[in-house]
Design a protein. Structure first.
Length: 390
């Protein structure tokens, strides 16, 4: 164990990102927070940022702040997220939540694929994504079927499975870039090309990868993507999500939820809907300005650090963690339930044990060791440790 401590101290000493930790609210020195893949820590700058918005913009300027500060936040913040995920300006917008955005984009994608009838996903996907797709199939009244990729190890999906399930009937492939339970990471560019080769469109959920691993949507020629902002982007509980639509597809689509902020002239209050041009057509109702503003300081930290540096540290952290599990826990019934190859995983590590729930409760009980560790539990025997590099 001492050798592990020595290595950790050496890695800390040489870490170019180590000072970023001081820019988050950390009030309890005895708390080891390893759930940043579920809810990121609070950036210190967020407190002052929201205080100014509430006291000055809302408190003093009232409705004048819509024109002065608020109206363009969905696109402005979307453009800042675009830099992190390898997209162009005008291809990302912040709005609604991930599930709603997934529905909007999946529905829109199917409107372009009327001669195909299969939606392809996997059984490792986040349940809410599956619920949305199941509901969409029901809404389409038998015109589409939902098909699943199967995993042989409950952690990963092999290329052979992808090849066998994609065909000329596939309309849409909808997958999580990084799987929520095991942290398995698809090769985005490769899978997108495989889908395009059979004429299918692709919709990626970036919720467990954005801010943790480099993403290159334009390079991968991705059609659609969604993601949340409250994990590695540190946007706060329930912060608005974002969606991406490749620029050449935007004018071919219309949102199935026609809200007034997605119309071309929202303040003319026309009784007939005309969609806005570009990515704005995917807005619905009035943006959640307070929650949206809380995203901005976290994005500033990400852009300062740089995604390549963040990923380098993520790999160092997760590799160190896996090595220590092998040294300290391998004889105690624990199993690593994430890909060991860092090229195949995101920034969280899952371990399994038949007493996983009791072990997690023990980690969180400060009275046992004088400190508290917060990971999270996923039924039936999975403990996830989210390693947030910043």
């Amino acid at each position: 164990m001492e050798a592990g401590f020595k290595l950790a101290r050496e890695l800390d000493k040489n870490d170019p990102l180590k000072d970023f930790r001081n820019r988050f609210v950390i009030n309890d020195p005895d708390l080891i927070y390893l759930d940043g893949n579920s809810l990121g820590r609070l950036p210190k700058d967020t407190i002052n940022h929201l205080d100014i918005l509430i006291r000055d913009q809302w408190g003093n300027d009232l409705i004048k702040s819509w024109n002065a500060n608020w109206y363009h936040k969905p696109t402005d913040i979307g453009n800042r997220i675009a830099k992190i995920i390898g997209a162009d300006e005008g291809e990302v917008i912040v709005c609604d939540n991930t599930s709603t955005n997934l529905y909007k984009l999946a529905h829109s994608a199917l409107s372009l694929q009327k001669d195909r009838n299969k939606i392809l996903t996997d059984k490792l996907n986040f349940p809410s994504d599956l619920y949305i797709l199941e509901g969409l199939v029901k809404e389409m009244k038998g015109n589409y079927s939902l098909n699943y990729l199967h995993s042989t190890d409950n952690e990963t999906i092999g290329d052979e499975e992808l090849i066998s399930k994609m065909n000329s009937e596939t309309a849409l492939v909808s997958l999580s870039h990084v799987v929520f339970k095991s942290a398995f990471m698809y090769e985005m560019e490769k899978v997108t090309q495989m889908a395009h080769d059979v004429g299918a469109l692709v919709l990626w959920d970036l919720s467990h990868s954005v801010g943790a691993v480099p993403i290159h949507l334009k390079q991968a020629n991705v059609d659609f993507a969604v993601g949340c902002t409250y994990k590695y982007l540190n946007g706060g509980p329930g912060a608005p999500a974002f969606l991406y639509v490749r620029k050449d597809l935007q004018e071919k689509l219309s949102s199935p939820i026609q809200g007034w902020f997605g119309s071309s002239k929202p303040f003319d209050f026309n009784l007939s809907y005309m969609p806005e041009t570009g990515i704005q057509r995917f807005l619905t109702g009035t943006p959640n300005i307070l929650s949206m503003a809380a995203i901005e300081p976290g994005l500033q930290l990400i852009n300062e650090a740089g995604m390549e540096q963040i990923r380098r540290k993520s790999v160092e952290l997760s590799t160190y963690f896996i090595d220590q599990i092998n040294v300290e826990l391998s004889l105690l019934g624990f199993k690593i339930a994430s890909p060991v190859n860092p090229d195949k995983r995101g920034s969280h590590i899952s371990i399994q044990h038949k007493e996983a729930f009791r072990i997690m409760k023990g980690l969180m009980d400060k009275s046992i060791n004088g400190y508290q560790v917060i990971p999270d539990f996923r039924y039936p025997d999975n403990i996830r440790f989210g390693l947030a590099p910043l």
